[in-house]
Design a protein around this ligand. Structure first.
Ligand code: ADP
Length: 500
């Protein structure tokens, strides 16, 4: 067993200091590949701890919002550079704490570096508008202002990238932050916040409070001192968060689930499509909101595509993501392992054909962790639960269709609309798919994963509530507009009032 070090014992980061939970309770973060390996012990925080963090953020906010944008940007850029220098260490910590294979963990850290560099550029942009007034000798313009103290609640599957997607733009815009990371990946979040502090971020501008969603997370959402919530997680939790924010009139940005599909048309390059399907379905053990959990295949390609997919799936190596040559790591925890396995039962009962996998892997060292065999179902129809519900594990389904129209209808038939992809060499079909697929992201001849930070990220329908993360307009999510009118005429001028 390749274990880096003993457990880290850490407190919350509040006002630049380490603080235990008020009632002294703790919880453990464990390595999903070797569950006896305790990665860290963290405070199990409650409403009092959240309140302390919101107070620290409120205190820090005023000086931070007055700090010039380019100065704020320099700190963010320095944090990104620290991450770059420590990329490998961070990635190893991530693989140990969360399980994704090392190459993917490096990619996760890289995404955060990219976001830091990208958003730091806004320090000298963050443009407002100057527009003509309808009145003489009157000037009209806009500028951005921060919300105040904002809450970021993040999941475990991108333990550094997702916090960075929220925290970097939030502080760039002048907000102060309380971050409540997922209970499965507190150490990654701690490292992220420590680097911001090391880069020169004033104490209290970003605070991290560890603990469970129903306790610390809920308290953060309900805190009257928090103006906006940025949440990534499940649809069920998103609804709860959104209801509370709705009642309290808080801004609420939700990034929820996906049931993404790759459409493989009869004319597609099948080797390319199989490469994409494997990476999309089994990368991060299928635990991405953009995972390719449905493969919708036109009849002309079905036999050949399925045969090649099964052959390649059988050759994937399961194991500890820190080991060379491992393709698929563990799933995050026991609850998730049981959930993924329960869907194998659902698929069987619904009459789908289990083509490969469908088992908890227990041989040798795999018994030390939460490993599930890469699983493929065939003969799946759009109405089946395994074609509708997000499994969030290494399970994908092959859905046969007879035409492009049928493929498009099947692709659009779930409650989600995050990422859809089409493999074809026919330009007309590709453009039809681009227009007809109802999702926030569409790929052509690439799988459903691989978002880049300079484009908006998010989805239609129940994937969210109409917001987008990242992209060139990301500051719109993290700041409010102020419209400014300056009348230098020296007398009262009345807009919209007719004058004779
Ligand atoms: P996942 O399936 O990714 O674990 P969750 O929605 O359960 O999805 O969790 C995502 C994040 O939301 C985690 O940080 C979790 O602690 C937090 N969370 C869970 N329940 C709540 C809640 N009721 N209120 C606020 N945050 C919550």
């Amino acid at each position: 067993m390749s274990v880096a070090a003993g457990p880290v014992e850490a407190g919350n980061r509040i006002g630049g200091q380490s603080r235990p939970a008020a009632d002294g309770q703790t919880f453990e973060s464990r390595n999903p590949a070797h569950t006896a390996d305790v990665v860290g012990v963290f405070p199990r925080s409650g409403a009092g701890d959240i309140d302390g963090a919101v107070r620290a953020a409120t205190e820090a906010f005023d000086a931070w919002r007055r700090t010039p944008w380019p100065r704020r940007a320099e700190i963010i850029l320095r944090a990104a550079q620290l991450m770059e220098a420590r990329k490998d260490d961070l990635a190893r910590t991530m693989t140990r704490e969360m399980g994704k294979v090392l190459t993917e963990a490096r990619g996760d850290v890289q995404e955060a570096i990219d976001m830091g560099k990208f958003i730091a550029g806004e320090g000298r942009r963050a443009f407002g508008e100057t527009v003509p007034s309808e009145l003489r000798d009157k000037w009209a313009m806009t500028m951005r202002q921060p919300f105040g103290v904002v809450g970021c609640i993040t999941p475990w599957n991108f333990p550094i990238a997702i916090p960075s997607w929220k925290v970097f733009p939030a502080i760039m815009a002048g907000n102060a932050v309380v971050l409540k990371p997922a209970e499965d990946t507190p150490l990654c979040a701690l490292r992220f916040v420590e680097m911001l502090e090391e880069a020169g971020l004033p104490a209290g501008v970003v605070n991290a409070v560890f603990g469970y969603g129903e306790e610390a997370g809920d308290a953060l959402v309900r805190h009257p001192g928090v103006a906006a919530i940025y949440f990534t997680g499940s649809v069920d939790t998103g609804r709860i968060v959104s209801e509370i924010c709705g009642r309290m009139l808080k801004k609420c940005s939700l990034e929820l689930g996906g049931k993404n599909a790759i459409l493989v048309l009869a004319d597609a390059d099948l080797e390319l499509a199989v490469d994409g399907a494997l990476w999309g379905a089994f990368g991060t053990a299928g635990q991405r909101c953009t995972a390719s959990s449905r493969l919708i295949v036109e009849s002309g390609a079905l036999d050949e595509f399925t045969a090649r997919l099964l052959d390649r799936t059988a050759r994937l190596r399961l194991g500890d993501g820190l080991e060379e040559g491992v393709d698929v790591g563990p799933v995050i925890n026991e609850t998730q392992l049981r959930r993924v396995h329960s869907y194998t039962g659902v698929g069987r009962e619904e009459g789908a054909s289990l083509l490969t996998g469908g088992e908890i892997a227990r041989e040798g060292a795999l018994a030390e962790g939460w490993f599930y065999r890469p699983t493929v179902f065939g003969d799946v129809t759009p109405a089946m639960r395994i074609a509708q519900e997000e499994i969030f594990g290494p399970t994908t389904v092959v859905m046969p269709v007879r035409s492009l129209d049928e493929a498009l209808a099947a692709a659009n038939s779930t409650q989600y609309g995050l990422s859809l992809s089409v493999y074809t060499n026919d330009l007309r079909k590709a453009f039809r798919a681009i227009n007809e697929l109802h999702s926030g992201i569409v790929y052509v001849n690439a799988p459903t994963i691989g978002a880049e930070i300079q484009l908006p990220f998010g989805g239609t329908r129940n994937t969210g509530n109409g917001h987008r993360e990242a992209g060139g307009r990301v500051l719109d999510e993290f700041s409010e507009w102020k419209s400014i009118y300056i009348d230098y005429s020296g007398h009262l001028q009345r807009a919209q009032i007719d004058t004779e």
